[in-house]
Design a protein around this ligand. Structure first.
Ligand SMILES: NC(=O)c1ccc[n+]([C@@H]2O[C@H](COP(=O)([O-])OP(=O)(O)OC[C@H]3O[C@@H](n4cnc5c(N)ncnc54)[C@H](O)[C@@H]3O)[C@@H](O)[C@H]2O)c1
Length: 333
């Protein structure tokens, strides 16, 4: 297949592109290498992908509609996987404009090009943050999601609605994934698991919000991209493509699917696993709850399993150990 992937210099896009290249596909990557976190890490991921002859790279912003359009139209992809975004819950309090620009306008530009090329399947990343203030656990795709707590989550909910309308108007098969706290090698330096590891190894304190009384459905990145890969082949269509408890729209070839581990791990247990892998204890700085944060996430990943036969399974201790190994190796510690 020919697959166009946005966000390939990013954490998840890099892992997905590697998997697709290993499977023998032709992959076009697109990434603006934004400086939201260390660009050198993005350059390192990009350099690895560029070693493959079947990887074609464009460095540009999603907002640069003409460049994005030309990259997609000239590549003539069978599928588009849209992962590039301004990510991060906390930064959306500081710089909300970046989220409107990348996530709303940028996603619209991807959708326009997808329609023009007539791809078989457009798949795009959303987030567990769209569940916002919901408290019924685990989070299922059939829940109402109207109470987002940050502009990040709100822009992702907006892309879900935009994707649905586009799928309806243009009969464009579209799947939205809701990812739950992804961690693992080549991870994101702005995320807690990365900062905890960095500070524990440096001997500097770690900030633990809500006095540590939080829980997350941590998803190991290798599991996550296998889930994405499976769903790429589960193309939504008419009612005949529905499975039990499906989120398939009655009005469009469109569905939303959670990709999570189906386990909610207490944050303090996750920190202990990092301490164990680092072989040293953290200096803990307990803090109050941050605005926009949610206390817990927990995915119902049953629909992913029914659609693909796949369920993420990496235990968090195994995943954390793999991340810390990578961290030491990458930073030559
Ligand atoms: N990592 C997680 O835990 C998580 C959880 C839920 C959802 N997501 C979603 O998954 C997707 C991938 O996230 P990630 O963790 O790999 O993040 P990432 O920041 O590592 O990757 C995103 C990539 O997109 C690029 N980018 C950002 N804005 C751009 C723009 N305007 N134009 C072009 N390129 C741009 C960045 O340079 C970056 O390389 C995002 O859509 C994110 O919202 C991630």
């Amino acid at each position: 297949m020919r697959i166009f992937v946005t966000g390939t210099a990013g954490f998840i896009g890099f892992h997905l592109a590697e998997l697709l290249l290993q499977e023998g596909h032709e992959v076009a990557g697109f990434d603006g290498l934004t400086d939201y976190y260390e660009v050198s890490l993005k350059e390192s991921r990009r350099a690895i992908l560029n070693q493959h002859a079947r990887f074609h790279d464009t460095v540009a912003m999603l907002e640069d509609k003409a460049v994005l359009h030309d990259a997609i139209v000239s590549f003539q992809p069978d599928m588009i996987v849209h992962l590039a975004a301004q990510a991060g819950v906390r930064y959306s309090l500081e710089n909300p404009q970046a989220y409107i620009s990348a996530n709303v306008l940028g996603t619209f530009n991807v959708m326009e090009a997808a329609r023009e090329v007539g791809v078989k399947h457009l798949v795009m990343a959303s987030t567990s943050s769209v569940y916002g203030a919901n408290t019924e656990m685990p989070f299922g795709e059939d829940q109402k999601v109207d109470h987002q707590l940050t502009i990040y989550a709100a822009t992702k909910k907006a892309t879900e609605s935009m994707g649905h309308s586009w799928a309806h108007i243009h009969d464009l098969p579209t799947t939205m994934f809701r990812f739950f706290t992804v961690y693992g090698p080549w991870g994101r330096p702005d995320m807690a698991f990365f900062k905890f590891t960095r500070n524990i190894l440096n001997g500097t304190p770690i900030d633990i919000y809500n006095q540590g009384q939080m829980a997350r459905d941590f998803t190991y990145v290798v599991d996550l991209v296998r889930g994405i890969r499976g769903l790429m082949d589960a193309i939504p269509g008419g009612p005949e493509t529905a499975v039990d408890g499906d989120s398939l729209s009655p009005a469009a070839p469109y569905r939303v699917v959670n990709i999570g581990n189906s386990t909610s791990v207490p944050l303090l247990d996750f920190i202990e696993a990092i301490e164990e892998a680092c072989g040293t204890k953290a200096i803990r700085n307990y803090m109050p709850m941050q605005t926009g944060d949610v206390v817990a996430t927990w995915a119902d990943a049953g629909l992913l399993h029914r659609l693909t036969g796949y369920a993420p399974e990496t235990d968090y201790r195994t995943g954390v150990a793999a991340f810390v190994d990578w961290y030491r190796d990458y930073y030559e510690l």
